[in-house]
Design a protein around this ligand. Structure first.
Ligand code: 3PG
Length: 214
């Protein structure tokens, strides 16, 4: 199964910032997998993102781990060396997209405008991160953008929570929703692993229900 299909199947992507990967990466990976969300976008907002990816993959080899907030080719090299399977960038940077394609790793660049989508089209991308989703026009904008650009599926992140997850995931253009609501700093720093698992389970239920019942 290709990576885009795996992301779509899971349906939610926790966006993670880990300040203490040695302490938190393994229990966090286990908490996500226990909740039915074997995927993580580990952001380079914290310096040790590559260490976190490596430790999460070691703890849960079945998990799909990607790197987020990727800003440079050095980040991409570090992420690949750590075992990352996809790269997420906040905006559209053609140099980073080309570099990922050269290295053979999936890239989901942040896109919210027709100009971004045009640029992504030139690179033959199929899945885009729509970021920041709520602040950029939310569902209405995602739907409007899909009229001229039906070739893309999007992964909105930014402002998604248990409250609006169902509305987003019901939209056929959306393959998965990203967010930090199930992996907040409070939950991670205080080791609230059971709560993280519970939030993942709730999210998976919402995705399942939305996909089954529309
Ligand atoms: C991201 O990088 O995808 C966002 O910061 C996540 O947004 P959220 O914190 O509003 O979920």
């Amino acid at each position: 199964m290709d990576i885009n299909t795996r992301v779509e199947q899971i349906g939610v992507v926790p966006v993670i910032k880990l300040n203490n990967p040695e302490r938190d990466a393994a229990p966090l990976a286990k908490a996500l997998c226990a909740g039915g969300v074997p995927i993580a976008e580990v952001t380079f907002r914290a310096a040790g993102a590559d260490t976190a990816i490596k430790l999460m993959k070691e703890a849960c080899p079945e998990m799909l781990c990607g790197a987020g907030t990727v800003m440079t080719t050095e980040h991409i090299d570090k992420a690949i060396a750590a075992g990352a399977e996809f790269i997420v960038t906040p905006g559209f940077d053609p140099e980073l997209v080309a570099y990922c394609q050269e290295k053979g790793i999936a890239i989901y660049p942040g896109c919210t405008t027709p100009t971004d989508y045009h640029a992504a089209y030139k690179f033959g991308l199929k899945v885009l991160k729509f970021f920041p989703a709520e602040q950029s026009g939310g569902l209405a904008k995602i739907k409007a953008m899909s009229a001229p650009f039906p070739m893309f599926k999007v992964m909105p992140t930014g402002g998604i929570s248990l409250k609006n997850l169902k509305d987003y995931i019901k939209c056929p253009v959306i393959c998965a929703c990203g967010g930090s609501y199930m992996v907040t700093a409070d939950l991670i720093d205080n080791g609230k692993w059971d709560e993280i698992t519970a939030l993942c389970r709730q999210s998976v239920e919402i995705v399942k229900e939305a996909r089954n019942n529309g």
